[in-house]
Ligand binder design. Structure first.
Ligand SMILES: NC(=O)c1ccc[n+]([C@@H]2O[C@H](COP(=O)([O-])OP(=O)(O)OC[C@H]3O[C@@H](n4cnc5c(N)ncnc54)[C@H](OP(=O)(O)O)[C@@H]3O)[C@@H](O)[C@H]2O)c1
Length: 335
């Protein structure tokens, strides 16, 4: 049986994505075969698809860090045909054939049963982005961040992770400040729950080791100069979750924010999250098991930030994303 996949190939010293026909035997080994219903497009996927950023660790490799679908076959007793499941991160789409394919084969240890209260579509509307947003908030709150501590800033605000994080934070009672480069999207960001909008074009970052203390917490999608400025402008005991590099990978700052304001900089690596915490975060994204209600981190306006597209549109979506032109989340539909 042949099926369609979007594979990252290396040609003439550079890599790029292309639609190909594969057979199951072409895929990397694993105990569980999943018939894909949905995948999603993350920044990392887009970089891989255009051959930028050295994301792919082995070519050829089917792209896509996320998938949701139904178990087709399993050599592991924890899963049986017909089970609804999702997979995000680990080596998917990077060093192991990933979710941009009508069939996916992965180790059973990577597979998460679909949490109750989520559809297969919801699982990918959230995907790695929703998981990273929830994990970031979980980590910030483990570090004593609370709504009463002060304002929380979210950078790269119209992006997938940030659009979801803004909603989750607003629902939890935080005063969210959204930092965006898109002046046309201020109303959209307010509709998601941002209390204030900062335009990237008007921002004066300064150069002093400590700038005016403004933020109790920060979720940073951007890195580079933006993250450096965040370290300088946090309040006493402020906490930053650094999860992205959409604006740069370097970080130039001093130790002053850390030793004079007690600032904490927390790294977020959703792909490598161990299974017990992974399941806990997915549970927080679905429903409260005791009441069946969506009381956790599930973003109530999820439908507003997501749109579904057929598999064929994947290259176009990736191109928009690397050029900073996308908004919210894109779900890839296979059926
Ligand atoms: N660590 C993890 O576990 C994890 C998980 C998921 C994603 N990520 C990373 O998080 C970042 C965001 O991912 P995503 O999927 O949300 O991507 P995305 O949807 O493309 O969002 C990125 C946003 O960053 C802003 N941006 C883009 N280029 C920029 C630039 N040159 N300078 C400043 N801001 C820029 C844009 O927002 P505005 O126009 O509104 O400013 C853009 O929408 C990426 O770096 C991704 O690799 C990490």
């Amino acid at each position: 049986m042949n099926f369609r996949a979007y594979r990252i190939l290396e040609e003439n010293g550079s890599s790029a994505g292309r639609f190909v026909e594969l057979r199951l035997s072409d895929l990397d080994p694993g105990e569980v075969v999943i018939r894909s219903h949905y995948s999603s497009v993350n920044y990392k996927d887009a970089l891989a698809a255009i051959g930028a950023g050295k994301v792919i660790r082995r070519c050829p490799c089917v792209g896509g860090v996320d998938v949701s679908g139904v178990v087709e076959s399993s050599a592991d007793a924890r899963f049986k045909p017909g089970d609804e499941v999702l997979v995000t991160g680990y080596g998917m789409g990077v060093s192991h054939d990933g979710g941009f394919a009508e069939y996916v084969r992965v180790p059973a240890d990577w597979v998460v049963p679909l949490p109750p209260g989520l559809t297969l579509f919801d699982a990918m509307a959230l995907g790695t982005a929703g998981f990273a947003a929830a994990l970031s908030i979980h980590r910030l709150e483990q570090n004593e961040l609370r709504p009463e501590n002060g304002k929380i800033i979210v950078t790269g605000a119209t992006g997938g992770v940030a659009s979801l994080a803004i909603q989750m934070l607003a629902q939890r009672g935080y005063h969210v400040v959204a930092l965006t480069g898109k002046d046309s999207e201020h109303e959209y960001l307010k509709s998601l729950g941002a209390a204030e909008i900062l335009s990237r074009h008007d921002l004066v970052m300064g150069t002093r080791p400590l700038e005016k203390a403004q933020w109790a917490g920060a979720l940073d999608a951007v890195g580079g100069e933006t993250l450096a400025w965040l370290t300088r402008s946090m309040q006493q005991n402020g906490v930053i979750a650094s999860f992205g590099n959409a604006g740069g990978v370097e970080l130039h700052t001093t130790v002053m924010p850390f030793i004079l304001r007690g600032v904490r900089l927390i790294g977020i690596d959703s792909a490598a999250t161990a299974m017990p915490l992974r399941r806990e975060i997915w549970q927080r994204l679905s429903t409260d098991p005791s009441t069946g209600l969506r009381t956790g981190l599930y973003p109530r306006l999820l439908a507003q930030v997501v749109h579904g597209v057929p598999f064929e549109q994947l290259p176009e979506i990736c191109s928009q994303m690397v050029h900073g032109k996308s908004r919210g989340r894109t779900v890839i539909q296979f059926a």
